[in-house]
Every structure is written in structure tokens, then in C-alpha cells.
Design a protein around this ligand. Structure first.
Ligand code: ZN
Length: 79
């Protein structure tokens, strides 16, 4: 058995893992690769960051207040 996934395979598994749990062997091989490959470790962090941000967005439903200071321009109130 080959215990090292290719970086391409790791990227596939990382994205697949966001939707469904991997098998034990794939999970172990993935962890093994990530522990030795800084590049794929970085990809994992990015993917999980995106996933968390997306989940957060769906959970809250609305953007943060300081993210959307959308007021109609050209109509100064109380002038
Ligand atoms: Zn890699």
C-alpha cells in the first residue's frame, strides 16, 4: 500500500471531507501527508477557513453592521 497521497489527491480529499467524512485509511493518509507537506497543510487551513466563514454566513443570515455602511449618498439628514 502506498502511504503517501499525491498533493492532487490530498486536495481532492480535503474538499470531499467538507461534505462527508473520509474513510479511516484516507483520513490517516491525509493526516500523514499534511504533517509532511506544508503546501497541503496551508490548503487545508484555507479550505476550512472558507468553510467556517460560509457556515457562519448562513448561520447569521445577515452581514455584520460594520461591513455594510450603505446609506443613500447626496441626502444629508437634518441639514
Ligand atoms: Zn502535498
Amino acid at each position: 500500500m502506498n502511504w503517501m497521497h499525491s498533493c492532487k489527491r490530498v486536495a481532492e480529499l480535503l474538499s470531499q471531507r467538507l461534505d462527508e467524512p473520509l474513510g479511516l485509511i484516507d483520513e490517516i493518509k491525509l493526516r500523514l501527508h499534511l504533517s509532511m507537506c506544508g503546501n497541503c497543510s496551508h490548503v487545508e487551513q484555507q479550505l476550512e477557513g472558507v468553510h467556517a466563514a460560509t457556515a457562519d454566513l448562513f448561520a447569521s443570515g445577515v452581514p455584520a453592521d460594520d461591513e455594510a455602511p450603505q446609506r443613500p449618498a447626496g441626502r444629508p439628514a437634518g441639514h
